[in-house]
Design a protein around this ligand. Structure first.
Ligand SMILES: NC(=O)NCCC[C@H](N)C(=O)O
Length: 437
């Protein structure tokens, strides 16, 4: 059933979420591609799938309906009007520099096409196309001989589209490796039977001026109906954020008072705001303290306030934590990812210690490898519940049930493979509905 989007904050009980279990697309990578495909290592497909399944089970046992994007996409491909499908395929091929493929692909059976759009297409599967320069070059220089590249980052479902309040904003992926993802995700959400009702904003990446490129979901935190926080990062560009705030957000959401823009270092370890900051409970955040606990003057991240009808204002004297206190009260606290030791702060920020997904206030999921972060959370009353594939399914369900009933819980699971793609629980999930509390 199509359902309206409802995301008014980062922590209310999670009820509907989109994920993607990594599949054939991660098998089609080689070490030659790692940098271009934004990975730090080749992942073991079986281990990665197990880790991901474990996370999905925790989400489901905690009460969320979990949707798989490839199922939505397969449904959308068969349900969408032919003109919409042709447009999707045409744009996909255009982005890949192989426009000649479009008319052929669009006639593939729906399931096959949906799979191909995610895991890529080999030239050898297109025997009757006339020779082209693209094909010849692929044969000479690409050992995999791909006409359409795989999308190994699709598992990081947070980034291609962004649910804000009652709508989905279609992202602008900043790198060629991920460009197709926002087209596919928007198409799936728009046309699948289980998609979203209501408007998709900013919906046509090609209709906007080219300058408005670069807006990824990991940079957007929906803190309250009044306040959003957006990272101006390696991936989300200042012009795009300003345009989005002025043209889409303030005119659409009457309650929205301000958008805080956090000026992040333009570097891979902090590619999105949620790699350094996530919310874990009312008035409680988890984050990279050296960056967020200091003002710009003191070496921390700068914060700019955008408000309707006003010029952007740099809050030079305030840290991100100060700004959060200004909005959510003086008791608002930042738990340091990695604890107090600078060495472990750096190590665990890199392994997504700050990137938690909140299942309900005070109930979060984190990779269990981030032991110092989990210790720091324990100091604030979080019980660590370790969830693992060696446990019987019923036992795992019971652990999640008990953890959800406790005051504060961090569900830890192994993310040894997943973390090599540089994303944690928040990056791997795209919430569409949280309960109104
Ligand atoms: N929100 C996030 O931080 N997503 C993680 C994305 C990781 C992916 N390998 C990327 O570089 O885009």
């Amino acid at each position: 059933m199509r359902a309206p989007v409802q995301i008014n904050d980062e922590i209310s009980p999670l009820r509907r979420v989109v994920v993607h279990q990594p599949g054939a697309e991660i098998v089609r990578m080689t070490h030659w591609d790692l940098e271009r495909l934004l990975f730090d290592d080749l992942l073991s497909p079986a281990e990665t799938a197990l880790e991901h399944q474990l996370m999905v089970q925790i989400l489901a046992d905690a009460g969320a309906e979990v949707l798989e994007i490839t199922e939505l996409l397969a449904e959308a491909v068969t349900r969408a009007p032919i003109a919409a499908l042709e447009q999707l395929v045409h744009r996909t091929c255009e982005l890949a520099g192989v426009s000649e493929l479009g008319p052929k692909l669009v006639r593939w059976p729906g399931d096959e096409l949906a799979r191909a759009l995610v895991s890529g297409v080999h030239w050898r599967d297109l025997p009757d196309l006339p020779p082209s320069l693209a094909r010849i070059r692929a044969r000479i220089s690409d050992p995999r001989d791909m006409a359409l590249n795989p999308l190994p980052n699709l598992m990081f479902m947070r980034d291609p589209c962004i649910a804000i309040y009652d709508r989905v904003i279609v992202g602008r992926m900043a790198t060629p490796a991920r460009a197709r993802e926002s087209l596919l995700t928007a198409f799936a959400l728009e046309w699948a039977d289980q998609g979203v009702s209501g408007e998709l904003s900013f919906a046509d990446p090609h209709a906007q001026p080219q300058a408005h490129s670069g807006l990824e979901g990991g940079d957007v935190l929906v803190l309250s109906p009044e306040v959003l926080m957006i990272g101006c990062s390696e991936r989300s560009q200042p012009q795009t954020i300003e345009y989005l705030a002025r043209e889409v957000l303030f005119p659409s959401f009457a309650k929205l008072e301000r958008v805080y823009v956090v000026m992040l270092p333009q570097q891979r370890s902090m590619m999105h705001l949620d790699t350094v900051l996530t919310q874990v409970d009312t008035g409680l955040f988890l984050g990279h303290a050296p960056l967020l606990g200091r003002s710009l003057a003191d070496g921390g991240a700068g914060v700019v306030c955008l408000a309707p009808g006003r010029a952007p204002q740099l809050r030079e004297e305030l840290s991100v934590v100060d700004v959060l206190r200004e909005s959510f009260g003086p008791d608002t606290t930042l738990v340091a990812c990695g604890g107090e030791d600078p060495l472990h702060q750096e190590r665990e920020q890199w392994t997504d210690g700050a990137n938690s997904i909140c299942l309900a206030p005070g109930k979060i999921i984190l990779y269990s490898r981030n032991v110092r972060t989990i210790e720091a959370l324990a100091g604030l009353g979080f019980e660590h519940v370790r969830v693992s594939t060696v446990q019987e399914l019923d036992h795992r369900k019971e652990l999640v049930r008990a953890g959800m009933a406790a005051e504060r819980t961090v569900f830890g699971f192994s993310g040894s493979e997943l973390s090599r793609g540089r994303g944690g629980g928040r990056c791997l999930t795209m919430p569409l509905r949280r309960e109104r509390t």
